[in-house]
Ligand binder design. Structure first.
Ligand code: MN
Length: 281
């Protein structure tokens, strides 16, 4: 891992056994220096959690001919360990995925560990892309079709990661969220998209355990029809590769609408004693 050549770091949220990880490592191997750091097991929907309250362990491992580490933490932990401790140089790009299941729409993007690894990379100053592939078809999807889908998607994912490595991301773009359809249509189309706001109808189902106590199951049913120009539209309706530029800047331009709240808070009588304490710290 120490040749001084450009290095691409691969992470994911599905762990070391993911077929999407193996496909991506295979597609990158030999074209650039590659290392992976992934959670020891599935951490989907873990968002950007960081482990602050217990030790993290990292074990060296080889997957698809690439050396890397498996870590007892979250996807964001993996990126943090990579950049600040385990890697001998800063990666030119971080590639997260390829996730088993697409991460389209705000509901997926905010919950996804795959996207979170790319967000953590961007926060640490490394250009990154999250890669995810749709795994539901009209009918059951067999194992062979799935592996073929990942192999095809990985060729494009590797090309995107190399492009980022060579020229970084355009100004204002912190990371790319890339989604692949189950089967790429020929000729291959690429849509530059925005996230769809609502992809699922959310549900919470209540059931009873064997002791008669209630438990709850959160799930979503896909809405199925998506606005043109969005990520879900691109993969579900167009069979295209969706490339969504994302920015870390969450600030809303609607700040002036809060002037009334500011005035109301500042007109409250100061809590007793608070001012005195503040003066002494
Ligand atoms: Mn996942």
């Amino acid at each position: 891992m120490s040749s001084g050549r450009p290095l691409i770091l691969v992470s994911n949220d599905d762990g070391p056994e993911s077929p999407g990880l193996k496909a991506l490592l295979s597609a990158l191997r030999g074209r650039v220096d590659v290392a992976f750091i992934v959670p020891e097991g599935p951490r989907s929907s873990s968002s950007m959690s960081l482990t602050f309250h217990k030790p993290l362990r990292a074990w060296e491992r080889e997957i698809a001919g690439v050396r890397g580490y498996v870590v007892s933490g979250s996807p964001a932990d993996c990126v943090m360990l990579g950049r600040l401790r385990l890697l001998d140089r800063a990666p030119c790009a971080v590639a997260s995925g390829i996730n088993v299941g697409d991460n389209t729409g705000l509901q997926d993007i905010y919950a996804s560990g795959t996207v979170a690894a790319a967000v953590q990379s961007a926060l640490l100053g490394m250009p990154a892309a999250a890669f995810s592939m749709m795994v539901e078809g009209d009918g059951p999807v067999d194992e062979e079709a799935l592996l073929e889908g990942f192999r095809d998607a990985a060729e494009y994912a590797a090309e995107i990661a190399l492009w980022i490595c060579e020229r970084s991301l355009p100004p204002g773009v912190s990371l790319l969220n890339v989604n692949f359809p189950l089967r790429l249509r020929r000729p291959v189309r690429v849509e530059v998209t925005r996230p769809v706001r609502r992809k699922y109808e959310d549900h919470v189902t209540e059931r009873r355990d064997p002791r008669g106590l209630p438990y709850y199951w959160i799930w979503g049913s896909r809405l199925g029809i998506y606005e043109e120009g969005t990520d879900a539209w691109a993969i579900y309706a167009r069979g295209a590769i969706s490339v969504t530029p994302l920015s870390l800047d969450l600030a809303s331009p609607a700040g002036p609408g809060l002037e009334d709240l500011k005035a109301r808070l500042e007109s409250l009588p100061a809590p007793r004693g608070r001012g005195r304490r503040a003066a002494t710290v």
